[in-house]
Design a protein around this ligand. Sequence first.
Ligand SMILES: *Cc1c(COP(=O)(O)O)cnc(C)c1O
Length: 385
Amino acid sequence: MLPYHPTALAIQQALEQVASDGSWRTYEGPHLVSLRSMLAQSFRREHVRLCCSGTFGIELAIRSLKLDEDAEVLLAGYDYPGNFSAIEAAGARVALCDVATGSWVPNIDALDAALGPKTRAMVISHLHGSLAPMESICRWARDKRLFVVEDACQEPGAILTSLAGETLAGSWGDISVLSFGGSKLLSAGRGGAVLTNDARLAQRMTIYCERGNDSYALSELQAAILIPQSERLQHDNALRRATANRLRKELLQFNWIHSGPDMSDCLPAYYKYGLRVSPTILESTRVQQFVSESKDENASALAIARRFVLKPLERGSIVIGAGFRGFANRSKNRCRSVGSLENSLAASDGTLVLHHSHLVDPQTGASNIEPVLAAFHKLNQELVH
Ligand SMILES: *Cc1c(COP(=O)(O)O)cnc(C)c1O
């Protein structure tokens, strides 16, 4: 029998308990109350709104800002696709900013360059194991009187180090969002949470959601399985980080692929471990041939080279894929953008994301990184010949 992850066992026990005590069929039982208070305490937020998904959470967070009709919200040119739609659904307009060089997250220079007269807020996502510099972003935003919506869906429990000491990702924004989606680090199959210290924003969320009953609710059953995961989150994040650090070190020997920006002063969480195919891969004759045979005229050489890397990995049952498509090519009727968003384009073309189940398998508790390392070594053989 497989060794069982203690978190998986705790989830099983929680399920048995809610089945036997009947709390699963209640609208508002003890598990929702305790999950809210756990999240409030660990993220140091007074108000926690549990909801049906992270995507809806982003929309709800933006709705709570009550922006004017023609207001713009800054969004990075490389980000989760649902965030673009969430801004539109909340009735605001997207203004794209670039990400920092070689990164998946924006910095204040990138945000400042995209600032316009109608900009009122921004969505800042922590992605692929990198963390946005929240201290400087929040200081800048306060100066400019802009709201910060922090998207911590990929990195619950990640710890940022700053002058303020150690703080959790998700505890910086005027309003912050978590996801409990099926593949995420904290999972109830579906679900999300919106956190804030601002009573006005919390009140507006309540008014939007409560229609005789909570129309976008997280259920008691979902809360019950999230509690043991939240309790063990820091422990499990540390296990994932240990495997991620091993992977990072191993990959240093290859010049055609690299890990994301150095985050060694922080403690990231890895929902997906981000990798970048380096343009040096285009020097390989194998890859040159693969690119020249490609019929895709819209894809860049780097994006085609990424396919060369992905194919054997996917065939080897490694849970890896291309990163986000990004928004640099979105119609200018739908959003404003300044400059060429070249860093976002580079991220869209070169990013690979490895699922966290390779860092620590959520069922067995074991790391499953050996096949990944073996596959990269094999690929390297092909590339140098
Ligand atoms: C997954 C994710 C979301 C949305 O989460 P869902 O709960 O799946 O709707 C939002 N932002 C980012 C960055 C994500 O990775």
